[in-house]
Design a protein around this ligand. Structure first.
Ligand code: BES
Ligand code: MN
Ligand code: ZN
Length: 499
């Protein structure tokens, strides 16, 4: 579904659901005032009766509202002096409620609400993304009908955001376009993430990548194990040896810039199931390790968004993909492997496999002479302990790149928080037998994982995003979040506009 921008008359529009923002006090928006006129002071009387107080995120759903042509009126509180959080909360509540109704069409006037520090473009983007997010359901493996089944998908098919005055409509249009493109990327990342390990194998991911040639004009190349062997990707291949599914090395290129422009390279961990290998994980919640390819999925998503936005820059996406299982041929603790860089690695814990597949992908990335390299990985449980679920862990020796990414996270409401990657931590990775060990001991697990990767990126501008806490929700609302596609897309948009 694509969201549109149009100017319609809220009193006479024949939509299934009309969404109006209501201020707690003071001046109401033009649309709210219009509704007051057509619907006989409805909003004021709801405020008087105590059924609506206008606080951010409160709502009232009115079926068959008198005096209007809409089938439903969804009034959503935006608070006193709405800030970005208020608008986000109101947009999220509105979108969720909308998707609970049987509405096929909807018109939202929420973007009319003026918000401190948010221009019309950002408002349209936030409102649009909220609708796409609320509408998403993973239904492709359901066979039953009904609410929890295949038709659990919301019926919503046509959403219009009310266009503001003509001066602002170009900016509004850009915001809606960004929302649609980012959400295409987010939805793809969610869909790939939610698929189980028996379906979403490295081979499956490679096939999905090849589909992006026709659908989005990407250039895609997939290396098989033989080709990886020729490239001496001994570290990646050592992980894949523990599984019957062959590894795939997926390379996707988006050419939106000039030929010869140094590309941004995104490297995403595509571990389609992580059982830990011989250092087997405990059984509890092990199913969630199907999400260990979410870094890779976010690279797919960011490339799709970049292509849909026609961004004027070059981007390369690299997704090393493998399973991590305990086969007879699997890595054993103490094994020493040689990476593509030539550096040797003592594998003290086979469950620290993400860095083993990423290091060879980072070495491969060198050949692009990249403007910047960002890797994205569900790399450590320690990052979840450190930051919980709100923030992605950001690690980079490059202060400028780190600041740029933090800013993008803020802009996209997909935030990251910087963690240290000082040389002081490097000694934790020392090995008596090889150039380095693949784990650093009990402390600072997220940092030592980043420090391991840093050893393979000394000649590039590089940042690492640990998304172990942000890529999916566990528990009752289990599901992929599509993060950090919004952050990555913002980074690409900003880089393209700086050129
Ligand atoms: N994919 C996991 C990281 C992970 C674990 C993400 C739990 C989200 C939730 C990664 O491959 C892993 O197993 N890391 C180990 C590293 C340790 C052995 C040094 C971890 O975090 O326990
Ligand atoms: Mn692991
Ligand atoms: Zn893993």
């Amino acid at each position: 579904m694509k969201i549109q921008l149009a100017s319609v008359d809220v009193s006479t529009t024949q939509t299934d659901c009309l969404i109006i923002g209501v201020r707690k006090s003071g001046d109401q928006s033009p649309s709210a005032r219009k509704i007051e006129k057509s619907a006989n002071g409805l909003i004021q009387s709801l405020i008087k009766s105590g059924d609506m107080d206008g606080s951010a995120g409160s709502f009232v759903l009115i079926p068959a509202p008198q005096g209007l042509k809409a089938k439903r009126l969804l009034l959503v509180g935006v608070g006193e002096k709405p800030n970005a959080d208020d608008l986000f909360n109101a947009a999220t509540v509105a979108a969720r409620q909308l998707c609970r109704t049987p509405s096929v069409s909807a018109v939202s006037a929420l973007a009319e609400i003026s918000v401190a520090d948010l221009d019309i473009q950002a408002r349209c983007r936030i409102i649009g993304q909220a609708i796409h997010n609320a509408r998403y359901r993973f239904t492709q493996l359901k066979t039953t009908k009904g609410k929890g089944g295949k038709s659990g998908q919301s019926a919503l098919a046509r959403v219009t955001l009310l266009s503001p005055g003509s001066q602002q409509s170009a900016a509004a249009k850009a915001g809606v376009k960004e929302a649609n493109a980012i959400s295409s990327g987010v939805n793809l990342a969610k869909e790939l993430g939610n698929l189980p390990g028996n379906i979403c194998t490295p081979t499956y991911l490679a096939k999905e990548a090849k589909k992006l040639v026709r659908s989005h004009g990407l250039k895609v190349k997939v290396l098989d194990e033989k080709q990886m062997k020729a490239l001496k990707m001994g570290s990646l291949l050592s992980v894949s040896r523990g599984s019957r599914e062959p590894a795939k090395f997926i390379i996707m290129e988006y050419h939106g810039g000039r030929q010869g422009d140094a590309p941004v390279v995104l490297v995403g961990k595509g571990l389609t199931f992580d059982a830990g290998g011989i250092s087997l994980k405990p059984a509890a919640a092990m199913d969630e390790m199907k999400y260990d390819m979410c870094g890779g999925a976010s690279v797919f998503g960011a490339l799709v968004a970049a292509a849909e936005l026609n961004l004027k820059l070059n981007v390369v996406g690299i997704v090393p993909s493998s399973e991590n299982l305990p086969d007879g041929a699997a890595n054993k603790p103490g094994d020493i492997v040689t990476s593509m860089s030539g550096k040797t690695i003592e594998i003290l814990n086979t469950d620290a496999e993400g860095r083993l597949i990423l290091c060879d992908a980072l070495t491969y990335a060198e050949r692009y002479k990249p403007a910047a390299v960002i890797d994205i990985a569900t790399l450590t449980g320690a990052c979840v302990v450190a930051l919980g679920h709100p923030a992605t862990g950001l690690f980079s020796p490059d202060d400028k790149l780190a600041a740029e990414l933090l800013e993008c996270g803020d802009q996209a409401r997909d935030r990251a928080w910087r963690m240290p990657i000082w040389n002081e931590y490097q000694k934790l990775l020392e090995s008596p037998f090889a150039d380095m060990a693949n784990i650093g001991g009990r402390t600072a697990g997220a940092v030592t994982a980043a420090c391991f990767l840093a050893r393979f990126t000394t000649n590039m501008s590089w940042a690492h995003l640990d998304i172990a806490g942000t890529a999916w929700n566990g528990g009752g609302a289990k599901g992929s979040t599509g993060r950090p596609v919004p952050l990555l897309t913002r980074f690409l948009i900003n880089r393209a506009s700086k050129r």
